[in-house]
Write a protein that binds this ligand. Structure first.
Ligand code: ADP
Length: 447
């Protein structure tokens, strides 16, 4: 087992990883920018190292500084959290070259999955169902027209290097195709330095369903069931739940089994999420994330298994603490992402929080680095906390969520809490009857 883990992240996820390390009796080092000197994860860690000024590229993305911090403190492993360097293959390789363990998969697996065209090819080869579309990158209009006609309109043009919902364009008919191809490719080039794009069938009313997987480092794979993350705004998840209200046990076992086998065949090590669109009873692979996800707590709530403990065990060569048959699903969990944003316009709302009160009681978990008097710096993403609620079934979970939202107090700034208070009273949400476009339509109606 590791002696000392360096946490290369900030905010609620740095705290989340720190808690797991403490439980396992592992020493912790956190790195932070000058803007985060007062952050909760810095206060609670055994050691902290300031690695630079506020902008992420000078601090949380600065590989040299992070490796230097490992060497100064003698950390033998790094947990990257999500975002920042968590899917940076070069970072994983550099750590390996310094004999520091990256708590995550190999650089090569990150590389394959980071390139969406390569990821889709790999998924197909491993028997995972994919969205019909081009076999690889599409460059000329003629080829694009041929493929689009073959799969049928509408189609979506996506950036191979894409992420965070950027570089995607929908073409409803052939008349839109030329401009969609051009703009997606130009946008991708500007955002990612790689203008390769591909085409796939645009699914009109899908749900976003993702499967939590783990490779144990010895060639075995397991799945921890699915999460439904269909409630999105601008392709960003807002509310996540497990299990999906749309799946039955048989469908869950089928897609979970396919994913676990793929992970085993790939020789993958650590946590991963295989994301699908789900429509008319069919799953279509869209991407794989080779890290812990923001919404992992809903899976922890229904399985009772600490996924960060498992990540640390696997990375240290100790394998998983559970086999597939030990993973049982119990009840229902929902996560609300509390962002420091205006609940209508979603413009960021950083600033000081004079008073912060979190709900408690059975089935409630709040993951947040915020405390009364904390000042949210304006430099980073606006997620300030997550409310995760667990109940014996979805109805109980929703009742408890409503109560928890009532108790939650975040003074001084705007947050997305009022949006969740509206959603929890909505009939479609109560019925679990929503697709990936539901929230955008709902917000448009409210305006
Ligand atoms: P990113 O890595 O940028 O988040 P994804 O491939 O994961 O991109 O897609 C993000 C979101 O875009 C999905 O959750 C879904 O809402 C939408 N999307 C992606 N592909 C399709 C598709 N083929 N049809 C319809 N919507 C899609």
């Amino acid at each position: 087992m590791f002696q000392k883990i360096l946490i290369a992240n900030r905010g609620e996820i740095a705290l989340r990883v720190l808690r797991a390390c403490k439980e396992l009796g592992i020493q912790t080092v956190v790195v932070h920018s000058t803007a985060d000197a007062d952050a909760m994860h810095v206060r609670l860690a055994d050691e902290s190292v300031c690695i630079g000024p506020p902008p992420s590229r000078d601090s949380y993305l600065n590989i040299h500084q992070i490796v230097a911090a490992c060497e100064i403190t003698g950390a033998d492993a790094v947990h990257p959290g999500y975002g920042f360097l968590s899917e940076n293959a070069k970072f994983a390789d550099i750590l390996a070259a310094h004999n520091i363990t990256f708590i995550g998969p190999s650089g090569d697996h990150i590389r394959i999955m980071g390139d969406k065209i390569e990821a889709k090819r790999t998924a197909k080869r491993l028997g995972i169902p994919v969205v019909p579309g081009s076999d690889g990158a599409v460059t000329d209009q003629k080829e694009a027209r041929r493929i689009a006609a073959e799969i049928g309109y509408p189609v979506i043009i996506k950036a191979s290097a894409g992420g965070g919902g950027r570089g995607m364009k929908v073409a409803l008919t052939e008349a839109d195709l030329e401009i969609a191809l051009q703009t997606a490719s130009t946008e991708a080039g500007a955002a990612f330095g790689d203008d390769a794009v591909y085409i796939e069938k645009y699914l009109e009313k899908p749900r976003h369903i993702e499967v939590q997987v783990f490779g144990d480092g010895f060639g075995r794979g397991v799945h921890f069931g699915e999460r439904d993350c269909s409630l999105q705004r601008r392709h960003q998840k807002v509310w996540e739940e497990a299990p999906s209200p749309a799946l039955n046990a048989e469908e869950r076992a089928r897609i979970g089994g396919i994913c676990a086998k793929a992970i085993a065949d790939l020789g993958y090590s650590g946590a991963g999420t295989i994301e699908f669109l789900y429509e008319n009873g069919e799953f279509y692979f869209i991407e794989m994330n080779t890290r812990l996800q923001v919404e992992h707590p809903v899976t922890e709530a229904i399985t009772g298994i600490d996924l960060v403990h498992e990540q640390i065990r696997v990375a240290s060569g100790g394998g998983l603490s559970v086999k597939q048959e030990d993973i049982k699903f119990n009840g229902h969990a929902i996560e609300c992402r509390i962002n420091a944003e205006d609940p209508r316009t979603f413009t960021p709302s950083p600033g000081t929080i004079p008073h912060f009160h979190t709900p408690g009681g059975l089935g409630i978990r709040v993951d947040s680095g915020v405390y009364s008097g904390y000042k949210i710096p304006p430099y980073y993403d606006s997620l300030i906390g997550k409310l995760i609620v667990h109940g014996r079934n979805r109805v109980e979970c929703m009742m408890r969520l409503r109560r928890a939202l009532d108790e939650f107090v975040v003074d001084g700034i705007k947050t997305t809490l009022p949006l969740f208070r509206d959603l929890v009273g909505n009939a479609d949400i109560a019925n679990g009857d929503y697709d990936i476009h539901w929230l955008e339509k709902y917000l448009a109606k409210e305006d």
